[in-house]
Design a protein. Structure first.
Length: 76
């Protein structure tokens, strides 16, 4: 299982931070710490994503990992 912590700025569409964790618990602990750090920035999301593979994660949560052109190409 792949667990990835992502800090994503919706206003710019940019990933501010990305870190992979072997244990989900470690990823969640880091998430809670970063949520406190970014609590004053409403446009920032802090999430932990989990999937069997990185490819599966990219398919289900592409907006965090793909550019706008790549996302648009998936829709077309």
């Amino acid at each position: 299982m792949t667990n990835v912590l992502v800090v994503y700025d919706r206003s710019s569409g940019a990933v501010l931070r990305e870190q992979e964790y072997e244990r989900r618990r470690d990823a969640l602990e880091a998430r809670f710490a970063l949520e406190r750090e970014y609590r004053d920035r409403a446009s920032v999301e802090v999430v932990v994503l989990g999937a069997r593979t990185r490819e599966a994660m990219t398919l289900s949560h592409g907006r965090y990992f793909l550019g706008l052109d790549e996302l648009a190409a998936r829709i077309a």
